[in-house]
Write a protein that binds this ligand. Structure first.
Ligand SMILES: Cc1cc2nc3c(=O)[nH]c(=O)nc-3n(C[C@H](O)[C@H](O)[C@H](O)COP(=O)(O)OP(=O)(O)OC[C@H]3O[C@@H](n4cnc5c(N)ncnc54)[C@H](O)[C@@H]3O)c2cc1C
Length: 157
């Protein structure tokens, strides 16, 4: 039986071990952390006396881009649930509240309705979206970061 060593027990390592083992390889996995999973790790946070589990890695996936992950979940009998993907942030020290879900959440801080700077920032977000769409149709997604410095975005926004 051939021996294989896998370094790291994140989703990549752990799924590789699972399938190599099924193919009858003698697999050993090495992990430098004191837990398995790498970024895929659930921490329990206590805020105002309420304990909540918070995931630090995989939160969302979809069936278009993650066929192998879905097969892996199915093999392990892991349930998934439909979810909405959005981003929100609140920084008390910077006085920033943002959620991109809809206009009400974008203008969660009402004073921003009258802020020229904030409107400029929104225009920059839209410009970024249009540009990324245009450029990603021409080249592979991997180039997104390479092309971003070229069309200058306001650094003070
Ligand atoms: C906050 C957050 C949210 C995310 N949300 C999503 C999401 O919603 N959907 C999504 O698809 N992805 C998401 N990701 C990304 C996803 O979690 C990672 O891409 C994925 O977990 C990476 O897996 P990996 O196995 O490649 O690497 P890792 O999880 O980083 O695992 C690498 C492992 O190798 C170990 N290691 C490294 N060097 C050595 C060594 N020399 N010897 C022994 N062990 C070693 C490390 O300790 C680690 O355990 C998110 C990431 C973060 C941080």
């Amino acid at each position: 039986m051939k021996k294989i060593a896998v370094i790291g027990s994140g989703i990549s390592g752990i799924s590789a071990v699972f399938y190599l083992n099924k193919m009858n390889y003698d697999v050993s996995i090495y992990e430098s952390n004191n837990y398995f999973g790498g970024h895929t790790n659930t921490q329990e946070l206590e805020i105002d006396g309420v304990k909540s589990p918070v995931d630090t890695g995989f939160l969302v996936h979809n069936d278009r881009n993650y066929p192998n992950l879905i097969d892996f979940f199915n093999e392990l009998g892991i349930k998934t649930f439909p979810s909405e993907m959005s981003f929100s942030v609140m920084s008390k020290s910077d006085g920033i509240t943002w959620a991109g879900s809809n206009l009400l959440t974008i203008f969660a801080q009402y004073r921003n309705i009258f802020s020229l700077r904030f409107h400029k920032f929104l225009m920059e977000v839209l410009r970024y979206m249009v540009l990324s769409k245009e450029r990603t149709t021409k080249v592979s997604r991997i180039y997104i970061l390479k092309i971003l410095p070229e069309p200058r975005f306001a650094s003070n926004l």
